[in-house]
Design a protein. Structure first.
Length: 565
């Protein structure tokens, strides 16, 4: 059973922020498709295992990385078992063939050995050709996906053109096995015929068994109607105990409000930047409000922004089925990775008291390395298109700094969606599986070799350091494609604009209640909403409006002149 995300007891740091239901991420569509990717893409699986075991994980937005890791380990374990069987058959077949070839006094045995060695060589050649056919598709895919591929693009057409000669080659291979064996049987050499046929037939049987086993998992456990996020059975050996601890650590890290970030990519896991903007506003008191007004700080602005967003989600849930009704709010604090913690991952650093202390201290402090954000997340298209807006507010003397950083996670790869093409018929033996079976033997052998290397790294303790390593890869981004449909793009644009409107409304309300003038703030916001970028606030700065516009230096006198016109 997959570890359940721990309850986020640090929510009490800000009472106006509703709790986030991270338990639903375990059963989300994004989790299901990433789990399917563990079986459909061996390259994705290998990278996911390495990154999740050896490094801290970036925030998991709309999915559960621990569940994905369990499926990756399970898929690799199945490949390793098949690789052991394939290796045993190959070694036994080669030894038997060599013994037959060296039996000079027995011509029948020599002939048997030559035929057996040739048949094994042809089988491996068929596997290499099938692997080459998969490599032509440009991804490190499992043989399960070898039967699909678009025919509209040049690569897809070449992929399909290779399917026919590969199938004919496998048919010819079966003939080359059967004819020599039949001749040996005709001459009364039963043992020789058995030795010729046994290794290739056993290799084919292993490949077919492995294909059907993977297909059964995809069409039952990972089917849309039956996916629960649970993985049956214990963790595969070796290092089962260490992996259990790693899964527990991932369960805490991925949903914690304390984020250890990579300095090169601080928002790793959130996707690609989508029209970020910021403004610096010089605070000016309204006449008559200079005395008795409370000072304005980042915490007060956030406390007024948050209810605006909460009301947006509430209104959407009453009037429509828009994804804004499921809008999630969460305050989080970013720390640079590499800080000594004295424990292996998810230790003292992620204790509730420590997280709460960081949240309270970082709100509005304006520090360089430790940064406090309000994270606003909308999981659209069944968590396949995730829009996240990070808001940071702090004051520096008489300046209010407001930073709004939208990020978007695109949909998952198209080949991951092929899990929905597997049906109960996929778990039954068909003649077409014989075409794919040789590729399975080569695939599992390659997987076995890479697994030995990964086990060696784990045994040497690369995953057991005292200092958490910065996340380097997000498996959610790794499994995503680069494009969005027009409908999805329209939704993202609507989410970002709506959220930004609530953010600016809350900030303006905070300014007004604190007794500050809001005219300059409104002017900057209007400029930004029209597609421009405003830099410099009420001080001398540059304004660029419209697509392809050039920034010009603007002074207070210039603004007054434009207003007169």
């Amino acid at each position: 059973m997959a570890p359940q995300p721990p309850p986020d007891s640090t929510e009490g740091a800000t009472s106006s922020v509703p709790p986030v239901d991270t338990a639903s991420y375990t059963r989300s569509e994004a989790t299901r498709l990433l789990c399917a990717g563990a079986y459909l893409d061996t390259g994705f699986r290998a990278t996911a295992i390495t990154e999740l075991i050896e490094r801290t994980v970036p925030p998991s937005l709309g999915f559960d990385a621990a569940v994905v890791l369990r499926h990756c380990l399970r898929a690799r374990d199945l490949d390793v078992k098949a690789a052991g069987l394939v290796l045993a058959v190959l070694v036994a077949g080669i030894l038997a063939a060599l013994l037959g070839i060296t039996a000079w006094e027995n011509p029948a045995a020599m002939q048997m050995g030559q035929y057996a060695l040739a048949s094994l060589g042809l089988f491996v050649l068929a596997g290499l050709l099938a692997r080459g056919r998969q490599a032509l598709r440009g991804q490190s895919e499992s043989p399960l996906a070898a039967g699909s591929g678009g025919a509209t693009d040049p690569v897809g057409r070449a992929h399909r053109l290779l399917a026919l000669p590969l199938g004919l080659f496998n048919v010819a291979l079966l003939v080359l096995w059967i004819v020599p064996a039949w001749l040996l049987l005709w001459n009364g050499h039963v043992l020789a015929a058995t030795a010729v046929l046994s290794p290739p037939v056993l290799l084919l049987a292993i490949g077919v068994w492995h294909l059907l086993a993977l297909s059964r998992i995809l069409c039952t456990e990972l089917a849309r109607h039956s996916f629960t996020g649970k993985t049956p059975g214990p963790l595969p050996a070796p290092f089962a105990e260490r992996r259990a601890g790693t899964l527990a650590a991932i369960g805490k890290e991925q949903f914690s409000r304390l984020v250890l970030y990579n300095e090169d990519e601080p928002f790793l896991g959130a996707g690609k930047s989508y029209r970020p903007w910021s403004l610096a506003l010089e605070l000016e008191r309204r006449s008559g409000d200079a005395d008795g007004a409370e000072p304005l700080d980042g915490r007060r602005v956030l406390d007024l922004i948050t209810p605006q967003l909460a009301k947006l989600a509430e209104a959407s849930s009453r009037t429509s089925r828009d994804r804004l009704k499921d809008l999630e709010l969460q305050e989080c604090v970013f720390l640079p990775a590499g800080l000594p913690t004295g424990a292996r991952r998810a230790g003292l650093l992620y204790e509730d008291g420590n997280v709460r202390a960081h949240l309270d201290e970082a709100a509005g402090e304006g520090a360089e390395q430790r940064r406090h954000f309000l994270r606003i997340r909308v999981g659209g298209w069944e968590e396949e298109v995730v829009t996240t807006v990070f808001v940071r507010v702090h004051t520096q003397g008489d300046l209010l700094i407001l930073e709004v950083l939208p990020y978007v996670l695109p949909p998952l790869r198209s080949n991951f969606h092929e899990v929905d093409t597997f049906t109960e018929q996929s778990t039954r033996f068909r003649l077409s599986t014989l075409v794919t079976a040789p590729a399975v033997t080569v695939s599992v052998l390659a997987c076995g070799a890479s697994t030995l290397k990964a086990w060696w790294c784990e045994w040497r303790g690369l995953a057991g350091g005292e200092t958490p390593q910065a996340p380097r890869v997000s498996i959610r981004e790794l499994g995503s494609r680069d494009t969005r449909s027009m409908f999805q793009e329209m939704d993202v644009n609507r989410y970002v604009r709506t959220i930004q409107d609530r953010i600016t409304s809350g900030a303006q309300q905070a300014l007004a209640e604190a007794g500050y003038r809001t005219e300059e703030f409104q002017r900057q916001v209007v400029n930004i909403s029209r597609g421009g970028v405003f830099i410099g606030g009420s001080m001398n700065g540059s304004i660029a409006t419209g697509a392809g516009a050039q920034a010009v230096t603007v002074t207070d006198q210039t603004v007054k002149d434009k207003e007169k016109k």
